[in-house]
Design a protein around this ligand. Structure first.
Ligand SMILES: [Fe+2]
Length: 342
């Protein structure tokens, strides 16, 4: 017993009857129509497992009918076996080239007909199952990938919160630097992916401060030279923490190089110009802007005009001039001086 549904299309009633008898005897469900046009109409509301299609019919030929079936995405994947009375190999080649699964010569040998039908229907079902399985697995993997990605972002945010919590004066510094860096990257025309990366790199640029004693980080007075030297180790400390995250090597760039200066007078490496990774050049601008526009225990908020002047002054010396220019544009657009620690 085979639970197949076969559509037979043939203008010759005796052929239809014969097909019906052979297939019906095997438990198959058979629908028969006498022309290409009726087959197409039938297929609008029915979906058989396979079509036996006569090549020579009055009206639409088998090939013309096949073209319509094959060209419609709703029916394109129903396998078609052509029925032909002649021994013409050219006809056969033409049909197979068009995408038919097989040819069977009339009058049918019942055994041959059944074997070919079974073979093709099973193959088609297997393919469909496989395609569905691949689709399901792909969906599953995409979901897992998204979850993992969102988990990574949350871990980075939690870590950045931990850095900021340690430093009582610079509440929310990392988050603001990340935000400003992303804005600069967007205005510089960087891809969405790069903007998202720069945001995360910005969040962790000061991660090395976790390794600096609280007494130095939170000292309410001016730092001694020794203390300042300790603070200056935070980029390398940060690099050592982040280099463990081998899946995202750029994280290291922000932490290690954000205190480099465009003129080469920064630390820890004294890199100049484009030697400094682009992420670090962007973060340097955002970092300096946030330092100036945030409250400090020992001073009031610096007026926006003065912040702007400092940014202008550092162009080409402390900062990459292109990114400093973008920061100046952001400052000029911020008429209420909203872009700062709240
Ligand atoms: Fe820093």
């Amino acid at each position: 017993m085979m639970d197949y549904w076969i559509l037979v299309v043939d203008d010759d009633i005796s052929n239809l009857t014969m097909a019906n008898n052979i297939l019906g005897a095997e438990g198959m469900r058979v629908s028969s129509v006498k022309s290409g046009a009726s087959a197409i109409k039938f297929l609008q509301t029915n979906r058989p497992d396979l079509i036996l299609l006569d090549v020579y019919m009055p009206g639409m030929s088998g090939f013309e009918t096949f073209e319509v079936i094959h060209g419609d995405e709703r029916t394109a994947d129903i396998p078609v076996i052509f029925l032909t009375a002649d021994d013409d190999s050219e006809t056969e080649t033409r049909g197979l080239k068009a995408g038919a699964m097989d040819f069977i010569k009339k009058p049918f040998m019942p055994e041959v007909l059944l074997i070919r039908i079974r073979h093709i229907v099973e193959l088609t079902r297997l393919q469909a199952n496989l395609a569905q399985e691949v689709e399901e697995k792909t969906k599953e993997i995409t979901m897992q990938h998204r979850k993992l990605e969102s988990l990574s972002v949350h871990i980075v945010m939690a870590l950045s919160g931990a850095i900021d919590a340690k430093d009582t004066y610079t509440n929310g510094h990392s988050a603001r630097v990340a935000d400003y860096s992303r804005k600069i990257a967007r205005m510089a025309g960087f891809s969405q992916e790069m903007q998202d990366e720069i945001y995360l790199i910005g969040l962790l640029h000061d991660v090395g401060k976790i390794g600096i004693p609280d007494a130095i980080i939170n000292k309410p007075a001016r730092l001694t030279d020794e203390e300042y030297a300790v603070i200056k180790t935070h980029p390398v400390l940060g690099e050592n923490i982040l280099k463990e995250i081998t899946e995202f090597p750029k994280l290291v760039m922000g932490a290690r190089y954000h205190h480099e200066r465009y003129d080469g007078k920064g630390y820890p490496s004294g890199l100049a110009g484009e030697e400094i990774p682009v992420e670090a050049r962007i973060i340097a601008v955002a970092d300096a802007y946030d330092a100036m526009s945030s409250k400090r225990a020992y001073r009031d908020v610096i007026p926006q005009k003065q912040v702007r002047a400092e940014m202008e002054r550092g162009k080409g010396t402390q900062f990459d001039p292109a990114f400093a220019d973008i920061m100046l544009k952001l400052i000029d657009a911020d008429t209420d001086y909203d872009m700062r620690e709240k």
